[in-house]
Ligand binder design. Structure first.
Ligand code: C5P
Length: 397
């Protein structure tokens, strides 16, 4: 119970009803050995008294930018430098907007600009506010800048409605913090992740593609990075933004993906091949748009290279992880693929199940290892599944 010994955590509490839950967060962090200081916005003090946090942290709670009671001159700089980690919980839509755009009009937002410490943000608000394009955009900006967002949960909200927007449970927030400070088990390792769907041109305007969103692979890249790995992300078509601070290589066709993967293969410790690679491509790419003429049109397809299979033949010490998107006999096909492609393990899913496979934010999968172990992962977010996959990679590396 001393995982956070000597860790200094600054918690910014903004004005939402969920502020009361942060008392529990602070209490847990203290029990884990952390030193905690709290900064509140003025609206947060409408929901909970600074004295509550003061009593638990045994530190003064700061609210005002120009307070007369503090005994050092540049309080925002002192607090900004104190922290090994800054957590904002609950983060209101207003805070997210200000932080995303660098507005520093109170003590907390000024500290955000002044701190070199990493930022974790746990938003909590009404569902419509959370899903408003402005808020989504602000969250995306903060993510791109490296902030870790602890997603709001779904349930009954203070405004009487039910939906996404509840502050993540204190237990989960603390788990994220413990994980953040955990030893970086992939430090010094280089991991290649492929993601998204390849695009095979038919003519200048048409192509053969698939429904891959890139979400699973991008989450894997993020998880690998979070655990300290250097990450190369080679991606086909995707609907999500790539994570910051990875070496990002965009490709279109399976052949381009193969070329880029082979360029990097010798230097990496593991490859996680989550891309949906088209098995076939048109034999001829028409230089002009195909005109509508005959009743039928036949496009001859030729087989694409199987990148993963080739890696399986070339591999020296690299760990190889494949994906298997199936619609039947998942486990047995997955086992065959481990042998055929010389993989260490495979993540198999039935793409026909609701909440699994392409486009959705969740997945239902089985992780099957070379030695026959099967871990069934019930419906969970792609972020959680990515974490499981990366932990297995870390274990084996
Ligand atoms: O054989 P199947 O396409 O089901 O295998 C899926 C796995 O193989 C995935 O990891 C996918 O990224 C990879 N793959 C590949 N090259 C292909 C087809 C699939 O690397 N041409």
């Amino acid at each position: 119970m001393n995982e956070l010994k000597d860790k200094k955590i600054l918690i910014g509490v903004t004005g939402g009803i969920a502020a009361y839950k942060v008392v529990e967060v602070v209490s847990r962090l203290k029990k884990l050995g952390a030193e905690v200081k709290v900064v509140m916005t003025r609206s947060a003090t409408e929901f909970i008294a600074p004295r509550t946090f003061q009593e638990i942290t045994k530190n003064p709670v700061s609210v005002e930018m120009f307070s007369e009671t503090v005994n050092y001159h540049v309080e925002h700089i002192a607090l900004a430098n104190f922290a090994d980690l800054v957590l904002i919980a609950p983060a209101t839509a207003n805070f997210l907007a200000k932080a995303a755009h660098g507005i520093a009009d109170d003590l907390l937002t000024t500290i955000i600009l002044a701190t070199p410490a990493p930022l974790m943000i746990a938003p909590a608000m009404n569902t419509l506010m959370l899903e408003h394009p402005a808020t989504k955009n602000n969250i995306e900006i903060l993510k791109q800048r490296g902030a870790k967002i602890i997603d709001a949960e779904t349930g009954l909200l203070a405004c009487g409605t039910s939906g996404k927007g509840r502050l993540a449970e204190p237990e989960n927030i603390c788990a994220e913090i413990v994980k953040f400070f955990a030893p970086k088990n992939l430090a010094g390792k280089k991991i290649l992740v492929t993601a998204g769907g390849t695009v095979e041109p038919i003519d200048p305007v048409r192509f053969i593609g698939n429904r891959s969103s890139g979400k699973m692979g991008y989450e894997i890249a993020k998880a690998a990075q979070f655990h300290g790995a250097e990450v190369i992300l080679i991606s086909g078509n995707a609907t999500v933004e790539p994570p910051a601070n990875v070496k990002f290589i965009k490709v279109e066709t399976a052949e381009q993906m193969r070329t880029e993967v082979l360029k990097e293969f010798d230097s990496v410790d593991a490859v996680i091949m989550s891309a949906a690679v088209s098995d076939y491509r048109p034999k001829t790419i028409y230089p002009q748009k195909i005109k509508k003429s005959n009743e039928n049109l036949t496009i001859e397809l030729v087989k694409n290279p199987d990148i993963l299979k080739e890696l399986g033949q070339l591999k020296k010490n690299q760990l190889l992880v494949g994906f298997a998107a199936e619609t039947a006999n998942i486990i047995s096909y997955a086992k065959d693929k481990i042998d055929e492609k010389n993989l260490d393990f495979i993540v198999a899913n039935d793409v026909t199940q609701e909440g699994a496979g392409f486009s959705v934010d969740t997945n239902i999968a089985s992780i099957i290892t070379r030695d026959g172990e099967i871990e069934n992962c019930p419906k969970m977010s792609k972020t959680e599944l990515a974490e499981k996959i990366i932990l297995r990679v870390a274990e084996r590396l």
